[in-house]
Design a protein around this ligand. Structure first.
Ligand SMILES: [Fe+2]
Ligand SMILES: [Fe+2]
Length: 354
């Protein structure tokens, strides 16, 4: 079903999903010929186990729903309403971005290992995106996904950058969903939408996708050595900082589920850092005092920039350029903080333990 406004243009949630700001989830394209040349022989036995799990499709029935959700958006306080919709739309865009990229990789290549993997992962992401979109459609604000694939800008990333970024977003996706699920399991009175009940088994899909990217990277050790270590540090910081800023811009949502955004984000960073030791030769020092204060500064800068944007006018534009420079300098300082070295374990694959 295509959800349109009366005038025939895309509706507000589709426009929100389409936006290409620093903080919004992006769509990606890559070098398909290089993807076709990947060889996973170095991690063959773990690969076969991982593919076996994806083939078994444990969540096949999990995203099927007979009845609509019992939920009335208008019963939520106004701020929470906006932030919850923003949470759903950005989650949907991230899920759908994975779906589009994985499906395109599957379509463009012939390598049977890689093709099978990306087929299963796009299957899962398509279910996830569809499930969120159904929830949005039920409250009259579904996103037009086919419109989105045509109109959204695609960012080109070499395969190694796809691996660093997507590995992190899969593992962070896992950590975010499980942290919210566990919180609402402890505080069922805070469960204001039934969709959160789906998060436990859902996050296991994301966990497995992360495992697949870990194996792809461990299959080519050059991706985890030399200058690439700097890229890994860059991606860790970029992904963590984006999440921190975004989450802090949703105070009402976090208050409703009873989580302080800083505590929640650091919990997600810790889970992700611990997991990422399966593949990354370094982890960020989350306890360095300048790390937290740098992230806070990035958030304040992003907030000030958003306020200037809504004000409009030439002076606001100049101020936003200045804020952009301050943001870049803050990010660069964070990047210069020392990271902790990590010796890779013998085995790559993990069992979810959170
Ligand atoms: Fe997903
Ligand atoms: Fe995923």
């Amino acid at each position: 079903m295509i959800v349109m406004e009366g005038g025939g243009g895309p509706n507000a949630t589709t426009k929100a999903a389409r936006s290409d700001t620093m903080l919004s989830p992006r769509f990606y394209t890559t070098d398909f010929a290089a993807m076709d040349r990947l060889n996973v022989d170095l991690v063959r036995s773990e690969w076969n186990t991982m593919i076996g799990e994806l083939r078994a499709d444990y969540n096949k029935a999990h995203f099927r729903r007979a009845d609509p959700f019992d939920f009335d958006l208008n019963k939520l306080p106004e701020e929470l309403r906006a932030e919850f919709v923003d949470f759903l739309v950005s989650s949907l865009t991230a899920e759908f971005s994975g779906c589009v990229l994985y499906a395109e990789i599957k379509k463009q290549i012939k390598n049977p290992d890689i093709q099978e993997l990306f087929g299963y992962m796009s299957r899962d992401e398509s279910r996830h995106a569809g499930f969120i979109n159904e929830a949005l459609k039920e409250i009259g604000i579904g996103v037009d996904l086919s419109f989105l694939t045509r109109i959204k800008k695609y960012t080109y990333f070499k395969p190694k950058f796809i691996f660093y970024a997507t590995y992190l977003s899969e593992k962070i996706g896992y950590a975010r969903y499980i942290a919210i699920y566990r919180q609402l399991e402890r505080h069922p009175e805070r469960l204001f939408h039934p969709i959160f009940r789906w998060f436990e088994r859902w996050c296991n899909d994301e966990f497995r996708h992360g495992e697949a990217f870990a194996l792809l990277m461990r299959a080519d050790p050059s991706l985890l050595a030399g200058r690439n270590k700097l890229w890994i540090k860059f991606f860790l910081l970029a992904v963590f900082a984006t999440m921190y800023v975004r989450d802090h811009m949703r105070p009402a949502f976090h208050k409703a589920i009873g989580l302080d955004p800083t505590d929640y984000d650091f919990k997600v960073f810790r889970i992700t850092s611990e997991i990422s030791q399966q593949v990354f030769p370094l982890v960020l020092d989350l306890d360095h005092p300048a790390f937290r204060s740098g992230l806070d500064r990035l958030w304040r800068i992003a907030e000030a920039s958003a306020a200037e944007k809504s004000r409009g006018g030439i002076m606001s534009r100049i101020k936003r350029v200045r804020l952009g420079i301050a943001g870049a300098a803050t990010f660069a300082r964070l990047l210069l903080l020392p990271a902790k070295r990590n010796v890779l374990p013998h085995r790559v694959t993990l069992a979810p333990a959170w």
